[in-house]
Design a protein around this ligand. Sequence first.
Ligand code: ADP
Ligand code: MG
Length: 224
Amino acid sequence: MTDILVEADRASRTYKRGATAVEAVVAASCRVEAGSRIAVMGPSGSGKTTLLRLMARLDAPTAGSLTWPGLRAGEPLRPAQIGVVFQTASLIPALTSVENVELPILLAEERAGVCRDPPRHRALAALAACGVEPMADKLPEQLSGGQAQRVALARAMAAQPRMILADEPTGQLDRAGALWLIDRLLDWADRAHAALVVATHDAAVAERMRSVWHMDHGRLEAHE
Ligand code: ADP
Ligand code: MG
């Protein structure tokens, strides 16, 4: 099995807005391999979120292509194979924190037909890894912005995906909190042999990664 988890070949995504077209991502070529630690930096509007959505197969390119050679073909990519941390609030409002985190575990296991540790235990462990186990029984509306981001990160880790795509996962945290959470994410990725792609504005967060990609007006500079 190849080590390349996702590869983009001159992938573009253009949005039509009335008569005009917004070129959110322009001919991006890049690859994420097992064990990659990548920061994606760039000003607001430069295309970071669009690129992550393409890599998660939440969206399709309008030109060029993306392939996922190292992931199981013919199976949905999420949540068993790719964990996503969205930039905006994404917890399900009617479910508690631990139920939000349990959901992808249940979906992944239903597909794989395996039953290891009970899903609730694994969800609680993921919450503990992100420092929010005490919030397990709280609803999203009872959480601060930073706590909600930690729960969302726990949810992305919970089903042990091979790659996490995190879109500004520390945007609601102060510097110390951001670095603490990124270090938890790195610890988890080392243990799970997973790849990380983290869009961030924070140079200190980006410094924790091995590679830094830059985006500007939809153009990606991807260094190994
Ligand atoms: P970033 O995450 O770096 O802030 P985005 O990927 O969100 O950048 O946006 C890149 C560009 O695409 C921006 O000009 C944005 O306004 C535009 N864009 C993003 N999503 C949409 C959409 N659903 N419809 C129209 N334009 C969009
Ligand atoms: Mg964004």
